[in-house]
Ligand binder design. Structure first.
Ligand code: OXD
Ligand code: MN
Length: 582
């Protein structure tokens, strides 16, 4: 297989010249190709097979111990003008970046096969989908891309018809963190990533294309590329509302996207459209619609069990790739909080010894096709996407942020999104548990200056009078002893119900300076062991703490200088004034 598209063939030739591979393989995305690559990786030790009886077609990959997470400090947005990348990104001038990274790519594929991976982000026949080609020397990347995207012949046909595509060049290089770079060239619609095989750094369709490059394109073309799950909530009457929800990495997006209704809500249904990324467009009627550009999940494994997320627990029992989990003595994958089995080996392949730390790396991952998911919505294939009733922002906050609140209007909602802060997690290399600003959960993923991004968000207000309502959630409030106040997981449906009732104007709320809070009793707590005092703590605000928070948000916004939209600062000032009057 090669291509009829000259620009693609020429780029493949140039890359081959630079990287000097032993062979070139054009991926067709077939099951036979997947099986061949798995066989090859089983033979060379890149993968090992897991217990075939209980985990059929499941494989384990143990990465280099220095290559287990995204590396924001080595991730760059390379625009001609530094201000276009903004203070939210590391920046390098494009010419310098190409020179630096190309030097690392020189001869990098010697003795290896170079895989050409055409992929389509979004349903093949959707006008909102965008295509790319990843060139990689990693067969692990190819099999993951097969599970995560629409990859192969059909994508290539679309690319050849359209003529344009995002160019993503990847090599695992020598896996040295000193020679690792994840470079984005949004003006050229290209990505160059070397030195890592980890998902977010190496599966270029995901964070690199579908968020960083796509967010840049989306601004130019009038849509939004967001770090959001998409979920459908069907009530007992059979009506389904779709919400898009932005939460920082490892804050439970996958769990929320495939939530299991608790026994008290047995007649409700949840439909998963996506667990990580949403592309949002206004349709001709001004309705915001979403597609999920991905077709698989790359989720955090630890904590997944039959109680926390039965759908995920079941869907990773077959046809899954595990990365950096431990193993039991009978060769089943094992992770902390799995609740069944015992670890015999850890994520580095050593005999398990608790003094070495957890058996599974805290950022160990599963990769599965979305079709494995019992709650998968067939509308994930709908070319026009689904109508979004509510946009929900959230973070992991021990204190301050209530369980849920609603913004007063779209502009205030943009401030709520811009003000998101969350405790850091193991999804990125670095300190865990420190609160940092993560506007719209996009801090690691926005491919341009946040000031321009907020202006873009604000501009939707002039384009439609049917925009979704905007909310903020926090499942992670704790008491003084560090105990979670809210049970979370399936019980979060109770909060989603309030959100939908607000969207439909079926329930009143308490107006406060920070937005609308639920009235006592309006979040259904039947069959839930939670006291009125706890509910009160979860649904009220502390004025002094919020004044401090709004000051911190104001200071953060000011750090964007002249490019910060005045309307956003005005929204922040309004909240401060109202808090002072309250
Ligand atoms: C992810 C992340 O892997 O956000 O989805 O880090
Ligand atoms: Mn994510």
């Amino acid at each position: 297989m090669t291509t009829t598209l000259d620009s693609l063939q020429q780029w493949v030739n140039e890359v081959a010249e630079l990287t000097d591979p032993a062979a070139i393989h054009w991926c067709d995305g077939s099951d036979a190709e997947y099986q061949d690559l798995v066989k090859q990786m089983l033979a060379d030790g890149t993968l090992s097979a897991l217990n075939d009886e209980n985990y059929p077609n499941c494989y384990l990959h143990l990465s280099d111990p220095n290559d287990v997470a995204r590396v924001e400090h080595l991730t760059f947005v390379c625009t001609s003008d530094e201000d276009d990348a903004g203070p939210n990104n590391n920046w390098m001038a494009p010419a310098e970046a190409h020179e630096k990274v190309d030097a690392l790519f020189e001869g990098a594929m010697q003795g290896r096969t170079m895989y050409v991976i055409p992929y389509c982000m979004g349903p093949i026949d959707s006008p909102f989908s965008r295509c790319g080609v990843e060139i990689s020397d990693s067969p692990y990347v190819v099999v993951n891309m097969k599970l995560m995207t629409r990859m192969g012949t059909a994508a290539l046909a679309r690319i050849e018809g359209e003529g344009d595509f995002v160019k993503g060049l990847h090599s695992t290089g020598d896996l040295s963190p000193d020679r690792r770079m994840i470079m984005h060239f949004p003006e050229e619609l290209s990505i160059k990533s070397i030195g890592s095989g980890y998902g977010g750094n190496a599966l270029l369709g995901k964070k690199c294309h579908a968020l960083r490059i796509a967010s840049y394109q989306a601004r130019q073309e009038g849509w939004l590329a967001e770090h959001m799950l998409i979920v459908g909530i069907e009530n007992p009457e059979g009506e389904t509302h779709y919400i898009a929800c932005a939460l920082p990495s490892a804050c439970g997006k996958t769990n929320l996207a495939m939530l299991i209704p608790p026994d008290s809500h047995a007649d409700w249904k949840i439909w998963t459209l996506g667990d990580d990324i949403a592309w949002l467009h206004l349709d001709d009627e001004g309705q915001l619609r979403a597609i999920n550009p991905e077709s698989g999940y790359f989720g955090v494994v630890p904590g997944t069990n039959s109680k926390t997320n039965k759908n995920a627990f079941d869907m990773i029992k077959h046809d899954a790739i595990y990365t950096n989990v431990g193993r039991t003595s009978n060769n089943e994958p094992w992770w902390e909080d799995k609740k069944v089995g015992e670890p015999a080996f850890d994520w580095q392949g050593r005999d398990y010894d608790a003094s070495n730390g957890p058996a599974a790396h805290p950022n160990s991952r599963f990769t599965v096709a979305a079709s494995n998911n019992p709650s998968y919505s067939s509308l994930a294939e709908a070319p026009e996407g689904v109508p979004i009733s509510a946009i929900v922002f959230g973070g992991r906050r021990k204190e301050l942020a209530p369980l849920v609140y609603q913004s007063k209007d779209w502009k205030h909602g943009v401030l709520v999104g811009a003000g998101v802060a969350s405790e850091t997690t193991a999804a990125n290399v670095g300190e865990v548990g420190v609160v940092r600003r993560d506007p719209m959960a996009m801090k690691p993923f926005c491919g341009y200056n946040f000031a321009d991004y907020w202006a873009h968000w604000l501009s939707f207000d002039e384009r439609s009078d049917k925009l979704p309502k905007i909310f903020h959630i926090n499942w992670f409030r704790q008491d003084k002893e560090g105990k979670f106040l809210w049970p979370g997981f399936g019980e979060n449906l109770r909060v989603l119900r309030w959100i939908i009732e607000r969207c439909e104007g079926r329930v009143d709320a308490i107006e406060t300076a920070i937005g609308y809070l639920p009235k006592s009793g309006d979040i259904d707590t039947t069959q839930l062991d939670i006291s009125d005092e706890t509910m009160q703590a979860l649904t009220s605000i502390d004025k002094a703490q919020w004044l401090e928070e709004m000051d911190a948000i104001g200071e953060y916004l000011d750090s964007y200088g002249d490019r910060l939209p005045a309307a956003l600062k005005a929204e922040q000032q309004k909240v401060v004034d109202q808090l002072n009057q309250a």
